[in-house]
Design a binder for this molecule. Sequence first.
Ligand code: GLY
Length: 373
Amino acid sequence: MKKEQIWASEVAEKIVRKVRVTAQRNQGKVPYTTVDGRFDDWSDRIWWWTNGFFGGQLWLLYNAYGDELFRKSAEEIENKLDGCLMEYSAMDHDNGFKWLLTSVANYKLTGSEKSKNRALLAAGNLSGRYNPAGQFIRAWNDPGNGHNAGWAIIDCMMNLPLLYWASEQTNDPRFAQIAKLHADTAMKVFIREDGSANHIVVFDPATGENLKSLGGQGYGEGSSWTRGQAWALYGFTLSYIHTKEERYLETAKRCAKYFTSQIPESGLIPVDFRQPEECTWEDSTAAAIAACGLLELKKYVDADEQNMCHEAALKMLRALESSRCNWTTDTDNIVEKCTAAYHDKEHEFAIIYGDYYFTEAILKLCEKDIFLW
Ligand code: GLY
């Protein structure tokens, strides 16, 4: 076994040892962050886009280690997500994040027909957000005033795999057709000449005219919100995997080249690659997501590019493991210094998708992963 695989296997052991403890004491919770060392619980806000990540992490670990506790806890979260399925305003473009990592994972691992049904319902709802005028999938909801009816965000690239999966399951190409139409638009309007990405693009929802881009969760318009760059790099890689359309691979490679050129010497990723120099805020989730994307992309590129993807992923993961992971069981989360948005009041705290993507990346490195996207 290569030195880095031995390292990754040791890290995977540390993850599973810790999650055996934290899953036990957090059964039934749907965590977002950690408060006083313990996961909080978003069961009462079950519509929130991050509510599939703990379940997803548990499915990854169930697949790798077989603990029944992981399966049962993941299923409990999936059951709770049913609270969204019949609630119009609780469903948004993040159906992919929520149901790929819970119901699709369950279906892939156990063959549950109930889970398949849930994921198909979520895919149907996601398809319904497609706006043919601008050929994009609407991102978020509003209270009915339509103020963000024309908003699309780069993050949506990660939700498209739910549509590809639905087409495979039903032998009905319309889900994948919508995914490709959105991906083609995203390629044109989000990805800039240098491979960096906009966060939000605003269309006129009636005519489809591209009106403007917004800085969204990054520093500002024209900046380079790192999690958005990671969504772009991983998201286009996933569209390539599902469709084998070369244009998505080319786009993923451009995004990867840009991302890897920006990684600081420390391997720790800022909230925005274009944030002011004096700002030191980090987002560990961007590092973990980009590492997952690079490790997937590596499988489809030539030798030089493989090396670039591999080395960059490893650099970020080693930096996270050695200085941004909490390995004690006093605290439920693993990954620290995650940031939801540059202009939020709070920065650098634990967020559940940091743990999810770090786990996914480490399991990829030691070849114990299951492809959930
Ligand atoms: N998808 C929202 C975010 O990345 O914060």
